[in-house]
Design a protein around this ligand. Sequence first.
Ligand code: SAH
Length: 282
Amino acid sequence: MPARKAFAGRLRTVRTGAITVVALASCASAWLWAQRQGAATNSATSPTTSPAAAWRAPEPAGASQRVAERERMVQEQIAHPRDGRPAVVDPVVLQAMCTVPRHAFVPREFQAHAYADSPLPIGYGQTISQPYIVALMTEQLRLRPGDKVLEIGTGSGYQAAVLAQLSPEVYSVEIIRALAAQAKQTLEQQGYGQVHCRSGDGYYGWPEQAPFDAIIVTCAAGHLPPPLWEQLKPGGRILVPIGGVYEVQRLVVITKTADGHRRSISLMPVSFVPMRGQIERR
Ligand code: SAH
């Protein structure tokens, strides 16, 4: 049975702030899924077909492995954490976290810990983020069907794979060439060949593919690189950890309003590896 279906029936309570909504999450999930696929059904009969129209979320190669561990990870760490951190409630994000085989993205020696509530080393002094943070950041991006999303800091490729469950148009930039190559290979092996990866300094974004509906930065920056702001569409959102290595960093949501103004909201203290490259020379 696909992991997507195995999970759907078990997610029964969804917390929304102070309100607990008891939802037949299989229905909620199916409804959201249908919303995302809706464009496909509608435009299949129309003469113009967008990339989103023909798109179906991938079923990764490792989806049938370690399913119970992933379900437990999602339930205990993400959907119903007991330590007071805010729950992630979007059923589509929870489904994505349940589908992507995190163990396939971590080095062999750490695979036994792939579903633990923590970041893990991926080599070159870098880490794959804690599953909860991946889920929270993905939810905060508020992706809609067909949204084009840019990630800065591909690392293992895990966050990119989670995004690829939600959007057909994922672009990811990694500054360490060997990590970029490794991530690309893992993504392809898992069936995420549609994710566009490149090696380079993410400070400059990906100008040839701009503008983006959403941008996620998975390394900590002292300030938001101006090119990323320029490459964000009006109405779009950027998730970025702001702060230095030895400071308390804050996970910040930056929104570009329809008339181009900037709004920032600080979500929570976080700890990310630092952004390298051009930002260090500023
Ligand atoms: N999202 C990753 C975790 C990334 S850790 C995952 O899911 O595994 C942060 C990554 O940002 C590291 O791989 C680091 O090499 C990369 N990084 C740091 N500075 C960067 C820059 N200027 N441009 C692109 N990537 C950068």
